[in-house]
Design a protein. Structure first.
Length: 400
């Protein structure tokens, strides 16, 4: 049985700080608004929806106690609607879609809402703690370092300079600003307050005036951490061929901290008939792959190769690709390792420009990719993200 994507919807992304436009809305409210938008858009018979699967990384405080069920309950879809919240770090939003597809393909479910939510202004990154990054008994044997050090290790190992990473960031901002102005983000919805008054109508972090010169004034974000806390030495101990860590990443060429939610409607062909909806895409295959936890963020290429192999495809069969821009070096390494040109990767900008609401990003990338494949009348797309702790995730979708 095939698993189809009938639609994908995301909120605009608000800056994830005290001045961000969405700080007044709980994560459950952000997710509720996407669920209600989906229902209104398609006049969806909500009794047909079996489950809600949401990715969320910081599952404490406002995001604790199963935020997926909270959003399901608040949505008005009905008391029958269950919810589960999962955490595969930055891959959570895409993992939720992959798990939904697996349920559909197995015949265990007919129709699922899958996506993610993260309110980084209300629940700060790392608030949930956890042993991997703070427990010496785990971190020391694994040579585990903070993600920013891993990103700078990648840049140092593969020769990506500050100028090259800044140039990548400028292009991400340019592409996002152009796509925003031309209305390419069809899956994006305005966020309102609970009474329906619009709060934010565009991604708050896009900076159209970004230049190489403006980025040059920003100080490296991880240089002091690397030197004073000894993380540079830990990284070089694992990678002795790297004689010096070049700290090239900063706030302007790394993913922005933001708030946002995204969902997709995934189901069987039979569910589509019941709803009277035609599917937009088929989830052809999905894969995960583990990588070294020190360099950590190299997972997109190996997970993509695994997905391609499962589908019996080559990278040349893919029309457009979305690689999460956790740091500029990540998509740069992916393009080098996979032998793909920049003109098919993140064609409408990425997380450097618009932000990375951890648990929601994977689903947001899927919606962006679907919109652009349809706009260009193309057929196949690949979504991939690096994941903390040394993982990668990839999903291949095919237009119906």
């Amino acid at each position: 049985m095939d698993a189809y994507i009938f639609d994908a919807i995301r909120t605009v992304r608000g800056k994830g700080n005290k001045k961000g436009a969405l700080i007044g809305l709980t994560p459950a409210e952000l997710a509720r608004q996407t669920l209600n938008e989906l229902q209104h858009k398609h006049q969806l018979d909500t009794t047909l929806v079996n489950d809600v699967i949401l990715g969320c990384v910081g599952q404490v405080m406002d995001q604790g106690a199963n935020v997926a069920k909270s959003a399901a309950q608040a949505s008005g879809y009905g008391d029958h609607l269950c919810g589960v919240t999962l955490n595969r770090f930055c891959g959570s939003g895409l993992e939720s879609m992959n798990q939904a597809a697996a349920y559909i393909k197995s015949g265990f479910r007919e129709l699922i809402v899958a996506g993610g939510v993260e309110s980084m202004s209300r629940v700060q990154m790392g608030s949930d703690g956890g042993g991997m990054f703070i427990d010496p008994s785990m971190a020391i044997p694994g040579n585990i370092v903070p993600q920013g050090i891993s990103a700078d290790l990648i840049a140092s190992k593969y020769g990506y300079s500050r100028e090259a990473t800044d140039a990548y960031a400028v292009e991400s901002q340019r592409r996002a600003a152009e796509a925003d102005a031309k209305g390419y983000f069809k899956s994006r919805m305005i966020v309102t307050d609970p009474s329906g008054i619009p709060i934010l109508s565009t991604d708050e972090n896009i900076r159209p005036g970004t230049t190489i010169q403006s980025l040059a004034s920003l100080q490296p974000a991880f240089q002091m951490m690397g030197a004073m806390a000894g993380f540079d030495d830990v990284a070089m101990d694992k990678y002795p061929e790297v004689e010096h860590i070049e700290h090239v990443h900063h706030a302007g060429n790394s993913s922005a901290i933001v708030d946002g939610a995204a969902i997709s409607l995934i189901g069987s062909a039979e569910a589509g008939k019941k709803m009277g909806l035609k599917p937009r895409f088929k989830i052809r295959t999905a894969a995960i792959d583990g990588t070294d936890p020190t360099i950590m963020l190299t997972g997109p290429a190996p997970s993509s190769r695994k997905a391609l192999k499962q589908a019996g495809m080559q990278i040349g069969d893919i029309d457009l690709i979305e690689v999460n821009e956790a740091f500029a070096a990540i998509p740069m390494l992916f393009m080098e390792e996979m032998g793909v040109e920049p003109d098919i990767v993140n064609v409408n900008g990425g997380a450097i420009a618009m932000g990375h609401p951890l648990g929601a990003t994977g689903c947001m990338l899927a919606g962006t990719l679907m919109d652009e494949l349809e706009r260009r009348d193309l057929n196949t797309g690949l979504i991939t993200l690096c994941i903390a702790g040394g993982m990668g995730i990839a999903t291949i979708i095919e237009r119906v």
